[in-house]
Design a protein around this ligand. Structure first.
Ligand code: FBP
Ligand code: MG
Ligand code: MG
Length: 297
């Protein structure tokens, strides 16, 4: 089944809305980054997945909700940080965000990101409803990846909220050189552990794991290889959330010519009807993801 792309988006209004969502993500990123220093502490609430929220998670969510919700073509907004999606207008597009991915990296000051997904339809949506997805990475440089219209581009985002195209039509390098696997090793399944051991036997590959999915995914997009947050014995659905993490990352990686899986099928074909549903996530070069699926079979 083909993923929708910009050419099948219903109207010019929708295309403009996607542009505006990307603009809001880019223009808000410097403000989010500037707001982080005083917000490296736990907030009072837990998020709907039962995890500790950082003050920065709430701050980024509030800021983005207000701005994305104000866009004319956006009908619904949802994020990892709020239990329900909210109606923000009459537009046909829905925006789902992970306002800060990897916020447990705030204290040690490691990489984090903002992930966005634009769906052509109500939430919870399906992976095949995606019309654009991407992320901002708060690394030494602020970069933004945008996948839409069959293409993945990278931009540098500047402090004045402008952004500049620096890599066009990105594809995963063929001979992937990095790997990273989340979850506690004793909690992995035997099949996944055997696969992981095989991956690390290849002398051309190095372990690169940072504890923020989006940083780890960006390494795969840059160097090729494989990243997984797998099924765990204690959590068969893994940790990552379909609407906010699984689908948008699946869309970015597949648009860049890589492969994705929940263990048996593309992440974009995962069927989940709950807004905060989780999925195991395996992404990377096609040969490695194919081997992974065979190993888990
Ligand atoms: O350290 P853990 O619990 O294995 O989790 C790491 C994973 O959790 C996440 O931080 C989940 O995302 P959030 O920070 O948005 O909740 C991923 O970025 C990362 O891959
Ligand atoms: Mg996340
Ligand atoms: Mg988050």
């Amino acid at each position: 089944m083909a993923t929708k792309d910009i050419n099948t988006a219903d109207t010019a209004r929708e295309i403009r809305t996607i542009d505006e969502v990307v603009d809001v993500i880019a223009s808000t990123a410097p403000e989010i980054r500037t707001g982080l220093p005083g917000r490296r502490v736990a907030a009072e609430e837990e998020n709907p997945s039962g995890e500790t929220q950082m003050a920065a998670d709430v701050f980024a969510d509030d800021l983005l909700c207000e701005r994305i919700g104000a866009l004319e073509g956006v009908g619904e907004y949802a994020s990892e940080e709020r239990a329900e999606s909210i109606d923000v207008g009459n537009g046909s597009l829905s925006v789902a965000l992970d306002p800060l991915d990897g916020s447990s990296n705030l204290k040690p000051n490691n990489t984090m990101g903002t992930i966005f997904a634009v769906y052509d339809g109500p939430l919870p949506a399906h992976g095949r409803d995606l019309v654009a997805a991407g992320y901002v990475l708060y690394g030494p440089v602020m970069t933004m990846i945008v996948a839409r219209d069959g293409t993945v581009n990278e931009y540098v985002v500047y402090d004045d909220s402008s952004y500049e195209l620096v890599r066009e039509d990105i594809t995963l390098p063929e001979d992937g050189t990095v790997y990273g696997f989340g979850g506690r090793v004793p909690d992995w399944t035997d099949d996944f552990e055997a696969f992981a051991r095989e991956v690390e036997q290849d002398a051309s590959r190095k372990l690169r794991y940072g504890g923020s999915m989006i940083g780890d995914v960006n390494q795969i997009l840059t160097y090729g290889g494989i990243f997984s947050y797998p099924t765990l014995q204690s959590a068969p659905e893994g940790k990552l959330r379909v609407q906010f993490e699984g689908y948008p990352i699946g869309y970015v990686i597949e648009t860049a010519g890589g492969a994705t899986s929940d263990g048996t099928k593309s992440l974009l074909d995962v069927d989940k009807d709950e807004l905060h549903a989780r999925t195991p996530l395996y992404i990377g070069n096609t040969d490695l993801v194919t081997k992974l699926e065979a190993a888990l079979d």
